[in-house]
Design a protein around this ligand. Structure first.
Ligand SMILES: Nc1ncnc2c1ncn2[C@@H]1O[C@H](COP(=O)(O)OP(=O)(O)OP(=O)(O)O)[C@@H](O)[C@H]1O
Ligand SMILES: [Mg+2]
Length: 205
């Protein structure tokens, strides 16, 4: 069983969006996946409830709260943890020690990036494997690329593929679906996620 968490000290940096898309991507490969909603706001669980509330989309993986984790991971090939923001250093230590990979999403602004770096430092200090994922990058904007280069120059491990900004994320969130399942022109950001997940697989396996 592999465990991958999406963690950052900062809120609103695409942790839940990325965790849901990753769980979905793994499920497409016929893997048994449990997504742990480790956030009191229950964003991932609410997303799944929206999916269950319509007859268009199905959720091909289990979703469980952190409290019911021990039962919910039974038989899972992958456990994906969607963490809440503002974790303590003790929490980050647990993630570092218990996960095969900690993914640290960040948006391409300085405050998010600063939190990503602090989170990466903590995971690194506790001997964990991490990668920073730059998400919600506006089109034709070089900020995402520059941030990736700056972080790499400072010795941080960054996934090469960044995730472009897409209105589809909000449509998907409202419908309880993923970019992959939406009709319309949302295949490019989905491909971004696919490429980033392939890079992650290279780290995990
Ligand atoms: N690629 C993207 N394009 C457009 N909007 C995005 C993208 N990625 C994330 N967002 C938006 O950014 C916001 C925050 O995303 P998300 O809820 O995934 O972050 P989070 O880190 O889980 O937040 P929290 O800390 O509150 O749990 C959401 O409104 C989401 O729709
Ligand atoms: Mg979230």
């Amino acid at each position: 069983m592999k465990t991958v968490s999406f963690v950052s000290k900062k809120g609103g940096v695409a942790k839940t969006t990325s965790a849901i898309h990753y769980a979905y991507w793994l499920s497409l490969q016929k893997l048994a996946v449990t997504l742990i909603d480790d956030d009191n706001n229950r964003t991932a669980s609410n997303w799944a409830e929206r999916a269950q509330g319509n007859d268009k989309f199905t959720v091909p993986f289990r979703i469980a709260s952190f409290r019911s984790m021990s039962k919910a991971v039974d038989g899972a090939d992958y456990v994906v943890i969607d963490s809440q923001a503002s974790r303590t250093d003790d929490d980050l230590k647990d993630f570092a020690e218990d996960c095969d990979l900690v993914v640290i999403p960040t948006k391409p602004d300085i405050n998010s990036a600063r939190s990503a770096v602090e989170t990466a430092d903590a995971i690194n200090r506790h001997g964990g494997e991490y990668r920073i994922l730059i998400a919600d990058v506006p089109g034709y904007n070089t900020t995402g690329k520059e941030l990736a280069e700056d972080l790499a120059k400072d010795g941080y491990l960054v996934l090469k593929k960044t995730i472009r900004r897409s209105e589809g994320i909000n449509h998907a969130s409202l419908a309880g679906s993923t970019l992959m399942q939406l009709a319309g022109g949302y295949k490019l950001p989905w491909r971004d996620y696919e490429a980033a997940f392939v890079e992650m697989a290279g780290v995990i396996n």
